[in-house]
Every structure is written in structure tokens, then in C-alpha cells.
Design a protein around this ligand. Structure first.
Ligand code: PHE
Length: 467
């Protein structure tokens, strides 16, 4: 990225960053999108919701709704040349609130994302220095780690420190460089480990479960789960993609850029499923057991068991796997932290250094609080018996705020400024044959689906029904 002076909406000249090329934009978008959502969340959802049927539904949704929203956000950013708050108030001050809502999301996600990043760091350290069988004890290792106040906090702080350092180095020296190193390794490791897992004895049944759709497994829950996952995975509805679009040169092809970002994201999710779903199958034995027994602990409890069963390869595969997850988590956490810093910087007109200090204090304080939810504050069970503060933060950001922001954004573009405004923007740099389909998506299909997920998530968490 380079800094340049671009006239802003108000006519003032402001210093804005700019991507050095289309590829810098694609790499940063993919680095934000590919994260724990792909490697930790996607495989357990696929395992739980019937394997192939989930995979098929997810791909259909991602290539229709997902890409449409990604194009909307990046085009809006590039059209207005503003980050998220400015891009809504550019048209009329009264729509500023949509941008403000979007900026809340990274402040809620970053603390708990770094806690899970800390868990991943702990596992990597354990595979490097210890024996792989220590983690394969049916969950005792995991539970005792996350409930130990000192250990889990220490690893959260280590993970955050790496993120702070990279963000502190700035956009070019820190973020672009670290992405350039981590992203190609991440793609290579993903494909390599997936192939290795696929050829393990006993893996084939699981591969079939994952790849061949069983249409009887189709359910509303499956669609809702897939939609929620798609938002999270593509880093939509929180302003990151609007800001990234605003740094993109007017002559770069937007449709191609967006297709690459979504393509990388889907590729990593697909291979993560190949690594983990057959492993769940090997550990649990049957399709029904996998569907009933898969959840967030799949990566931290079930997978270490399967690694141990690989014998001599266990240590190497454990180390490589957790390096991969760590890289994915770091690149996403960096984009989240950068989003927080730029919000404070632009919103309060602070220097980058001052904005960083404030963000570090907020994120650390919230991180301590949420992590304490497993120890000091375990009496707070905000979402019912056994739930944690992390569940609450995850729920408020993913299930409530993100669908609301996405819905408001679709209404804003579909009905207030009208799709043509952004179609012209896309067409200024490339062909856009599917413009009329895109308009229908933004005006009708996406809003309806969003209202459905919102009602479903909130209703299920209030106990009205279960998804
Ligand atoms: N997309 C990231 C992942 O899948 C998470 C994320 C969400 C990152 C929102 C940034 C913004 O892990």
C-alpha cells in the first residue's frame, strides 16, 4: 500500500492509503477471510449437518449471496472512497448509524478471537515441546487449560502481542509483508495436510460422507447454519471489506478481485473439511455419531486423538496443523485489529500511535474479561446453564449485529441509493453481465434470507425453538 492524497467527499484533501496492486487487495481480503472460521468452525458444522449436503448448500450460498455481498461492500468503499462510517454518511448523514453499528463488530470479535488464537498457540507449543498423547485424553487437557486463569490468559496475551507488533509496524511493513509470508504457506499446508489425511487408513468412509450429498439431510437448520458461517467466513458486515475496497484503484477489475477472495476462502474451507471431517468419522465411527457428536471441540479434543492414532507421524502432523491454524488466525486477527485502529484513528482524528494505544487497552481489558468467563467469572452464564462470556460475544456479533448490519446495508443499497449507483462503479473497471441478477439479489433475496437468519438465531437463543 502507498499513501496518497485523494479528495474526500467534503472536498478536503485527506491522506488515504492505497493498495500497491490488485493482488495486494486480493491477498489482504483473503487473509482477512481465511481464518478460524474456515479451519475450526466450518468443519464442525459440516460434520454436524450431514457432510456433503452441507458442503453443497454452503457452496451454492457462497457463490450467490456471499459473492453478491462481497461485491456490494467493496464497490461501496471504492465508490465513496471512504471507510465504513463515511461511506454511509457520504450519501446522507442520517445513514451514518449503519456504519457506526458496523464498527462495533470488530471491537466485539477481536477479544474473543484472540482468546481462541491463544488456545491454538497453546496447542502448537504443546505439540512442539510435548508428547502428542498429552492432548489426546478425551478433553481433560483442553478443559483444564481453558479454565486455568493464568495459563489461558498468558497465551491470549502472547497471541495478542504478535498481532499488536504486526499492526504496529504499519500497513506496508507489517500487514502486507506478513500476509505475503503467511498466506502462500497457509495454502500449501492446507492442501498438503488434506491430502495426507485423505490417504490415512479408514479415512475413505469419512471422505465419502463429506463429499457425497445425502439429500435426506437437508433441513432449515442446515441452511441457517450455512448462511451464518458464510458471513463470518467472508468477513462481511463489519466494514473491513468496505475499507479495503476504498483503497482499491479505480481501474482495477472489481469482479475478478472479489471472485479470487471468495475462491481462496472456499478453497481453504473445502480442504479443512477434508482434513477434519474424515478424522471425526474415524474417531466416532458412523455418520449418526459424527452428526450428533461434532461441535466446537472437534479441533481441540477429537483431532488430537486421531493424530495419536497416526503413530510416528503424530508429532509432525500436529505441529504442521497448528502452525497452519495459527497463521490463519493471525492474519484474520491482524485485519480485525487494523479495523479497530483505523476506526479510532478516523473517528476521533487521533494519530495512529494514539489510536493503537487505545485499541490495545480496550482489547486487552475485554480479553481479560471474556477469558475470565471460564475461571473468575464462570458464575456469569449469560446464555443459559453452562454458557460462557465467549458464547455471548460470539452470539452478539455473529448472530445479531452482523445480520442486522448486512440487512441495513442491502436496504440502503437496494432501495435508497439504488443498485445502479454501484453497478456503474463496477462497470467503470470491468464488464458486469450479471448486473440485473445482482440487483435482484440485493433488493429481494438477500434481505429475505437475512431476516430469516436473524429471527432463527435470536429465537433459538431465547429458547423459542432449536436450530
Ligand atoms: N473471516 C474470519 C474467519 O473466518 C473471521 C473474521 C470475521 C475476520 C470478521 C475478520 C472479520 O476466521
Amino acid at each position: 500500500m502507498t499513501e496518497s492524497n485523494t479528495p474526500a467527499a467534503a472536498g478536503k484533501s485527506v491522506k488515504r492509503s492505497a493498495w500497491s496492486s490488485k493482488w495486494a487487495f486480493i491477498l489482504a481480503g483473503a487473509a482477512s477471510a481465511v481464518g478460524l472460521g474456515n479451519l475450526w468452525r466450518f468443519p464442525y458444522l459440516a460434520a454436524r449437518y450431514g457432510g456433503g449436503m452441507f458442503l453443497l448448500t454452503y457452496f451454492v450460498l457462497a457463490f450467490t449471496v456471499g459473492i453478491s455481498l462481497l461485491l456490494l461492500e467493496t464497490a461501496l468503499g471504492r465508490r465513496t472512497r471512504q471507510s465504513v462510517i463515511g461511506s454511509f454518511s457520504y450519501y446522507n448523514k442520517k445513514y451514518r448509524f449503519i456504519g457506526v453499528l458496523a464498527t462495533l463488530v470488530p471491537f466485539i470479535i477481536t477479544p474473543y478471537y484472540c482468546i481462541i488464537g491463544g488456545w491454538v498457540t497453546r496447542y502448537l507449543a504443546a505439540y512442539v515441546v510435548g508428547s502428542p498423547s498429552a492432548m489426546a485424553d478425551g478433553g481433560a487437557f483442553f478443559t483444564s487449560f481453558i479454565t486455568s486463569p493464568v495459563g489461558s490468559l498468558a497465551f491470549m496475551v502472547i497471541f495478542m502481542a504478535i498481532v499488536f507488533i504486526v499492526v504496529g509496524l504499519g500497513v506496508q511493513k507489517g500487514i502486507e509483508k506478513s500476509n505475503l509470508i503467511m498466506m502462500p504457506l497457509l495454502i500449501a499446508f492446507t492442501i498438503g495436510i488434506a491430502i495426507f489425511c485423505m490417504v490415512q487408513p479408514g479415512a475413505w468412509e469419512g471422505v465419502k460422507y463429506y463429499l457425497v450429498p445425502d439429500f435426506s439431510k437437508f433441513s432449515p437448520q442446515l441452511v441457517i447454519g450455512a448462511l451464518g458461517q458464510m458471513f463470518y467466513s467472508l468477513s462481511l458486515a463489519m466494514g473491513i471489506m468496505v475499507t479495503y475496497g476504498s483503497y482499491l484503484d479505480k481501474k482495477e477489475n472489481l469482479t475478478a478481485g472479489v471472485s479470487y477472495i471468495a475462491g481462496f476462502d472456499l478453497l481453504v474451507s473445502f480442504f479443512a473439511g477434508i482434513m477434519i471431517v474424515p478424522a471425526a468419522f474415524m474417531a466416532m465411527g458412523s455418520a449418526d455419531a459424527v452428526a450428533a457428536g461434532s461441535g466446537p471441540s472437534l479441533m481441540f479434543i477429537t483431532l488430537p486423538q486421531v493424530f495419536v492414532d497416526m503413530g510416528a507421524a503424530a508429532k509432525v502432523i500436529g505441529v504442521l496443523f497448528f502452525v497452519l491454524v495459527l497463521f490463519a488466525a493471525l492474519t484474520s486477527a491482524i485485519s480485525l485489529m487494523e479495523a479497530c485502529v483505523s476506526i479510532v484513528q478516523d473517528g476521533l482524528h487521533f494519530s495512529r500511535r494514539k489510536a493503537m494505544t487505545i485499541v490495545i487497552i480496550i482489547v486487552l481489558a475485554l480479553g481479560f474479561f471474556v477469558d475470565g468467563g471460564y475461571s473468575f467469572f464462570s458464575f456469569i452464564q449469560p446464555m443459559g446453564e453452562g454458557s460462557s462470556l465467549l458464547d455471548l460475544f460470539d452470539f452478539v456479533s455473529n448472530s445479531v449485529l452482523m445480520p442486522i448490519v448486512a440487512l441495513l446495508t442491502c436496504i440502503f443499497v437496494g432501495w435508497v441509493i439504488k443498485p445502479k449507483e454501484l453497478i456503474d462503479e463496477v462497470r467503470s473497471s470491468s464488464k458486469f453481465k450479471l448486473a440485473s441478477v445482482w440487483s435482484v439479489m440485493i433488493k429481494f433475496i438477500c434481505p429475505v434470507l437475512l431476516v430469516i437468519i436473524l429471527i432463527a438465531f435470536v429465537g433459538s437463543s431465547l429458547g423459542a425453538f432449536s436450530i
